[in-house]
Write a protein that binds this ligand. Structure first.
Ligand code: ZN
Length: 239
């Protein structure tokens, strides 16, 4: 499976069977993303919440490619009104699409749809666990603060292999909290996100990596550059 960071919280994940999953596609207004919107051709788009730095170009990409947008009920109502293909889901629920299982899980954050002049209610902010056919699990934490269910539910029950966590602070966890979250989620690999996009969320990912190695040195911290690919091979991380 390949993970491509598009900057901020935007990722493209490509399964071994070439299913392309696009998460929080903040592309054209993302100062760290050089990828043109037209280049993206996902099979499915996931939205963790309605804020413009996550919703991004979802409407245009879905329109161009006919990829459905999976999101919480309230955002799906908004999409349905625009005639956009969508998959409505809610916290704790799963669905299968092209042999990949998607589970919406909790996040501690706010959500409204602020890409329109009059903001529209966006339900709750969420996170996504993606389970591939070989059992590999990727967890995208969305925007969130630290909360105990990262350990008791997401870490202990869902056991993600790769986690993507925000470290930017101010609007989400900072490096210290994100490293604690990583320890609780207990993955094989963690990739930091949601930092260095704008001045308010400037962070040095090395500080995050240091905290992670103090809390659990067995977790690999993969610091990516925008438009870089990381290939995750479960065989490399067998106990
Ligand atoms: Zn947000």
């Amino acid at each position: 499976m390949e993970i491509r960071w598009l900057g901020h919280s935007a990722f493209e994940i490509i399964s071994d069977d070439n299913v392309k999953i696009l998460i929080d596609p903040f592309i054209s207004n993302n100062p760290t993303c050089q990828v043109p919107v037209e280049e993206l051709n996902p099979d499915i788009i996931l939205l963790t919440h309605g804020h413009s730095d996550h919703f991004g170009d979802a409407l245009e990409i879905s329109n161009n490619t006919n990829a459905p947008i999976a999101c919480i009920h309230e955002i799906s109502l908004f999409l349905a009104k625009q005639g956009i293909r969508n998959i409505s889901v809610n916290i704790g629920g799963s669905f299968i699409y092209r042999n990949v299982k998607f589970t919406m899980l909790d996040a501690k954050h706010s959500s409204d749809i602020d890409i329109v002049e009059e903001t529209v209610p966006g339900g709750s902010a969420a996170s996504f666990l993606i389970t591939f056919e070989d059992g590999t699990k990727v967890f995208h934490a969305g925007d969130t603060g630290l909360f105990g269910d990262m350990k008791d539910i997401i870490g202990d029950i869902y056991k993600p292999d790769v986690v993507l966590v925000p470290i930017g602070d101010k609007f989400t966890m900072g490096p210290f909290e994100a490293a604690l979250a990583t320890m609780w989620l207990n993955p094989k690999v963690v990739i930091p996100m949601h930092y260095n996009t704008f001045p308010p969320i400037e962070q040095d990912p090395a500080i995050f990596a240091n905290f992670v190695s103090q809390f659990n040195p067995n977790i690999d911290v993969v610091v990516m550059n925008p438009d870089e690919y990381f290939e995750f091979n479960p065989e490399d991380y067998q106990d």
